[in-house]
Write a protein that binds this ligand. Structure first.
Ligand code: 1HN
Length: 373
């Protein structure tokens, strides 16, 4: 009996090999890889210059036509750290960002899908996004929702090219194996609702017709969130409203729930005054940032990312970050994130950086990855 309990290395190796051949595994070896002490991920921070993005997006304007050569004319931001894992079109493990271009007179056909989407207008005006037959006209700085499963299409009635950011929860939906897509049977969904209806209904109060089917809950009854309103609100904020980690920050909400404007994608605008520096913290949710105005840098896990107007950068999950305004005017940073999902799943957790009065030591300055050139 006793003799049998003394295992030789050879016996153990045979045992593990046999296990593997039968597609079984020893938890006593692997528990630490499966249930890690802290979030483990493959998402590295990255930054794209607007100048480069714009050039490639504009070129796509010469090469193809939306609705004819392409469902949408979009250049997406590919995080190199995720392409290594074959994750095409990923900014973070959950979020996608792309830049869409519409030229005067062009349109992109109606479709719907299970991914949620937000738009943020970067340049130009005179284009609209129609959501379930309601046109929302878009101007620079506006945020527009196309919630999961809503029919949406775009058309440009203006005179200059219009560029906007598309933010979707592509990675999340892919991981959950829940992607569905369907084109509308015709080019355009019937425009049954008056233009900018939701904005009119909610911007000067909150009203609905007696028999109108607006239920409490989702999706948000507002599709278009105006930049001048956001700015107005930020300008009203006092010193006491300043968040040590995020500066003067507001979140876009759904007035029917008080929660995030989109059910799954969170959206935030931050303002930093000249010279302002936030303290570092980290959270489970990840985000993609777009610089609307100003100059400065963000330190992410000890790496400095210098940015200017138009640039985009990735904030990976569970990575320490702090922002600095180095210019002489206000900085405006727009970002979208997966915080609503993390919160609903009870996975969100935030931790302040305690050392060095909350500021990281800069160990590295970001330079773009040129390994593919
Ligand atoms: C989409 O529907 C749009 O409607 C843009 O403009 C980008 C990226 C992935 C999946 C769907 C749009 C998209 C998208």
């Amino acid at each position: 009996m006793k003799k049998n309990n003394v295992q030789t290395q050879e016996n153990l190796d045979l045992y593990y090999e046999g296990m593997k051949k039968n597609h079984l595994g020893p938890l006593w070896y692997d528990l630490g890889h499966m249930v890690t002490k802290e979030p483990v991920h493959d998402v590295e921070p990255y930054l794209w210059k607007w100048k480069t993005i714009r050039e490639y997006v504009l070129k796509a304007g010469d090469l193809l036509k939306p609705g004819k050569d392409a469902e949408r004319r979009v250049v997406y931001l590919q995080n190199p750290s995720l392409l290594k894992h074959g994750l095409v079109g990923y900014g973070t493990h959950t979020l996608y960002a792309g830049i869409q271009l519409l030229l005067p007179g062009e349109s992109a056909p109606s479709h719907h899908h299970s991914q949620s989407a937000i738009r943020f207008i970067i340049e130009g005006s005179g284009a609209y996004t129609a959501v379930n037959g309601e046109k929302t006209y878009m101007e620079r700085g506006d945020m527009v929702l196309t919630p999961a499963w809503t029919w949406h299409e775009h058309k440009h009635e203006g005179t200059e090219p219009v560029f906007w950011l598309d933010g979707l929860d592509v990675g999340l939906v892919r991981t959950l194996a829940a992607s569905f897509f369907e084109p509308y049977e015709e080019e355009s969904y019937p425009m049954e609702t008056p233009e900018n209806y939701s904005k009119m209904q909610f911007s000067m109060g909150a009203f609905k017709k007696l028999n109108e089917s607006k239920q409490p809950g989702y999706p948000s009854p507002i599709y278009g969130y105006k930049f001048d309103r956001v700015k107005f609100l930020l300008d009203q904020m006092k010193e006491t409203d300043n968040d040590p980690f995020d500066g003067y920050a507001i979140e876009y909400i759904n007035p029917l729930t008080g929660g995030s404007a989109d059910f799954r994608i969170g959206t935030m605008m931050q303002k930093l005054k000249p010279g302002q520096q936030t303290k570092a913290h980290r959270h489970v949710h990840s985000a993609i940032y777009h610089v609307i105005e100003g100059n400065g840098y963000t330190v992410i896990d000890g790496q400095k990312f210098e940015w200017e107007k138009g640039d985009f950068f990735i904030l990976p999950p569970w990575s320490r970050h702090e922002h600095v305004n180095t210019g002489s005017s206000d900085v405006y940073l727009f970002s979208f994130n997966d915080k609503p999902v993390m919160k609903k799943l009870e996975l969100e957790y935030v931790e302040a950086y305690q050392e060095n009065e909350g500021h990281q030591i800069i160990e590295k300055v970001f330079v773009p990855d040129t390994s593919l050139e």
